[in-house]
Design a binder for this molecule. Structure first.
Ligand SMILES: Nc1ncnc2c1ncn2[C@@H]1O[C@H](COP(=O)(O)OP(=O)(O)OP(=O)(O)O)[C@@H](O)[C@H]1O
Ligand SMILES: [Mg+2]
Length: 430
């Protein structure tokens, strides 16, 4: 096997290095040429050219900023190339991966990289810690591109994407449509993470104080800001969802019998909607239908599934299963939270029906797996690894098929009141 330091293997690397300096080299070359021509024209020519260039840069801050940004981008690309070279991340011919495109992230930079023959995504993933150290970064993340194994996405993260509090984007929204993708949190790359709730149900789990009710508040706020959405709220603790009760068609506190009644009414609603859909030869509710989405939020499932009388518990469990399994096409969305979604608290036959899952900090990899699904912890997606101090941080398994670490926005009591008032005005104005 050839060593990457041989002269023949240096050539592709040198070409990349020179290419990385193209802006600076072309500017230097153009400057020398212009100065030489100006000097030939008049002895004061170079002075006039330099003064003119300085005045142009002073008068055109946009141009100056663009030049600075391009120089900074090129410099960061060069750093990555140096790191790849120094860490010997090279293909069979000694060439380093080629940066095809790059873009700024709120907490670093991401690159679309074309791999030379001999390298593959896992090989780069194995070296990510080494690359992070070479780049003095917090972390380097390498993601495969599903359409083409030759390309990978590399994110170099320099700053913490999870500040103590992330303000809710809903605070700036006068109204919204729940049929559209909903901003649900911030990912590790500092970019927003969205979910598309129609035709999905969401199960949220995590240890006490991990951030479940805060996440539920954000979802209720979003649903409330869509005047076409009807809300049913079930809150075993009463205080978490209480500020939203004036907006709900039905608010149930710590009363199991009433909770069963609410789910029975929802089943009737679902049956009516299916009958209407069948009559109009449609298979599912769409944004153009008169009936809007119906969002059912349950904070602390265990209160209704574990407490009270056995008969009421079983009735509640059966109604919930029916709602989660048949609600999709009828526009009924169930969002539920639980401190411990083990089979003793939430029967597996209900839990497995939730297509979206969010696992906040858990005490063990097993507990994390009971929320996300069997096997994720052993693949490196364990909510037990989340620092207990990082409240509101969890693994979201939704679109994309792989769990992603996110932090949800925080809504203070005052902000919840503000949003609830806005939603009330909006609904009153309908
Ligand atoms: N996204 C977040 N950003 C910042 N702080 C958060 C966030 N989520 C939760 N917290 C903090 O954690 C505290 C507990 O959150 P929350 O009430 O949502 O926990 P929980 O999981 O519902 O707990 P329990 O199981 O006891 O009901 C909040 O009062 C807040 O201080
Ligand atoms: Mg709670």
């Amino acid at each position: 096997m050839r060593s990457y330091t041989s002269t023949s293997e240096r050539r592709p690397w040198m070409a990349s290095a020179i290419w990385g300096w193209r802006l600076e080299l072309s500017l230097a070359f153009a400057t020398v040429m212009v100065l030489a021509v100006a000097d030939a024209v008049s002895p004061v020519g170079p002075f006039v050219v330099v003064t003119g260039a300085l005045v142009a840069l002073w008068r055109r801050p946009d141009l100056r900023k663009r030049l600075e940004a391009t120089a900074r981008d090129n410099r960061e690309i060069r750093w990555l190339q140096y790191a790849l070279w120094h860490c010997a991340v090279v293909g069979r011919d000694g060439s380093i991966p080629k940066v095809e495109r790059s873009a700024r992230l709120p907490v670093g930079r991401r690159y679309l990289i074309c791999l030379p023959i001999g390298l593959h995504c896992e090989a780069l993933q194995d070296r990510s810690n080494e690359l992070a150290a070479a780049l003095s970064a917090r972390e380097v993340r390498v993601k495969a591109i599903a359409q083409n194994a030759r390309y990978v996405e590399v994110a170099v993260i320099y700053a913490n994407a999870f500040p103590a509090l992330i303000p809710s984007p809903l605070l700036h929204r006068p109204s919204l449509s729940l049929w559209e993708s909903l901003a649900f949190g911030t990912g590790q790359d500092g970019l927003g993470v969205t979910i598309h709730l129609p035709e999905h149900n969401l199960l949220i789990g995590g240890e006490p104080g991990s951030g479940k009710s805060v996440a539920l508040s954000s979802l209720v706020a979003a649903a409330a800001l869509d005047p076409s959405v009807t809300l049913t709220l079930l809150d075993g603790k009463q205080v978490e969802l209480a500020p939203w009760s004036p907006l709900a068609e039905r608010f149930v506190g710590a009363d199991q019998g009433e909770a069963v009644g609410a789910l029975e009414d929802l089943r009737e609603l679902m049956d009516r909607r299916y009958a209407a859909l069948a009559a109009s030869r449609k298979r599912k509710l769409t944004p153009h239908d008169l009936d809007g989405l119906h969002v059912v939020v349950i904070d602390e499932l265990s209160f209704y599934l574990r407490g009270g009388k056995k008969e009421a518990r079983e009735q509640f469990a059966e109604l919930l299963r029916d709602l989660v399994s048949r609600g999709r096409a009828a526009g009924v969305i169930v969002v539920a939270s639980t401190q411990k979604p083990s089979h003793e608290v939430v029967p597996t036959w209900i839990r497995d029906l939730f297509s979206f899952r969010l696992a906040f900090r858990c005490t063990s990899p097993d507990a994390s797996d009971t929320i996300l699904g069997q096997g994720w912890a052993s693949q490196g997606y364990s909510a037990a690894t989340i620092d207990p101090g990082m409240r509101g941080v969890g693994y979201l398994l939704a679109e994309g098929g792989l769990p992603v670490l996110i932090k949800t926005p925080y809504l203070s009591d005052g902000e919840i009141d503000q949003l609830a008032h806005r939603a009330l005005r909006l609904r009153g104005a309908r």
